[in-house]
Design a protein around this ligand. Structure first.
Ligand SMILES: Cc1cc2nc3c(=O)[nH]c(=O)nc-3n(C[C@H](O)[C@H](O)[C@H](O)COP(=O)(O)O)c2cc1C
Length: 234
């Protein structure tokens, strides 16, 4: 999550109040990448209890009725962890919703996210009109995957709280732009949370992204589970 831009362009400067609130809940400024056919409740719980945002795509729960059980499982496991470790920093979890018109279970999956009060919904493939308002009603946040300035603009018009800039090198998506180009352009439009994605899988990459953002530590990065070999063999 970058501190660059209208609110925090100076090196070492702070981010927006929302950025700061999110960072305070994390041990590392990292969002675990939601990965189709890969991420599930066990990975999400492991990520959140390690202090990074855990995320899975709703479409990984099959049949779709399984999503209800998965969300209950994650919530219960995180509550049990909090009870066992009072004061531990447990990161919020996220569900990725594919908003493309071809996704026939979007309404079903959104309803379950609302029922379980999912703290962070990450939308992808189309601007999330109709999703932001109900998620906000239960106190949740919406971040949107964007691969260009135009996609970012459309998501911001839909009222999202944050953006995930899926840049060159990102697995699973078609991001082609360099983060060196995209991040500063989007920061002009949005003072709140911005996550970077694309070939960020090591501590060195995290450090590089931090320097790219502002020279400060205010950056959140979307990374694959560093403990797992890449499913793409990269
Ligand atoms: C196997 C795989 C599946 C993915 N599936 C999804 C997905 O369903 N939804 C999504 O928003 N992003 C998906 N992504 C993209 C990741 O969330 C993330 O943005 C990307 O992996 C970050 O770049 P990196 O792979 O270079 O670390 C996927 C990535 C991989 C590698």
């Amino acid at each position: 999550m970058s501190g660059a831009g209208p609110e925090g362009g100076r090196p070492g400067g702070g981010g927006s109040p929302l950025t700061e609130r999110l960072l305070a809940q994390l041990a590392l400024p990292v969002v675990g990448a939601p990965m189709f056919t890969v991420s599930g409740p066990a990975l999400v719980v492991a990520q959140c209890t390690s202090g990074i945002v855990g995320a899975f795509p709703a479409l990984n729960a099959r049949p779709r009725e399984q999503l209800d059980d998965w969300l209950a499982e994650v919530r219960e496991a995180l509550e049990a962890h909090r009870a066992r470790h009072p004061g531990a920093r447990v990161a919020p979890f996220a569900v990725n919703l594919n908003v493309h018109a071809s996704n026939g279970r979007l309404d079903h999956d959104l309803d379950l996210c609302l029922k379980h009060r999912v703290p962070l919904v990450i939308t992808s493939l189309r601007a999330p009109a109709g999703i932001v308002e109900p998620v906000h009603r239960h106190g949740g946040l919406v971040f949107h995957d964007a691969t260009s300035v135009r996609h970012a603009e459309k998501a911001l018009e839909a009222g999202v709280d944050g953006l995930v800039l899926v840049c060159a090198g990102a697995g699973g998506h078609g991001g082609t732009l360099s983060p060196f180009a995209l991040l500063p352009e989007v920061r002009r439009l949005h003072a709140g949370p911005i996550a970077l994605a694309g070939a960020i899988a090591t501590g060195r990459a995290v450090l590089a992204a931090r320097i790219l953002s502002t020279g400060s530590e205010h950056v959140i990065l979307e990374v694959k589970d560093p403990g797992r070999p890449s499913p793409r063999g990269s």
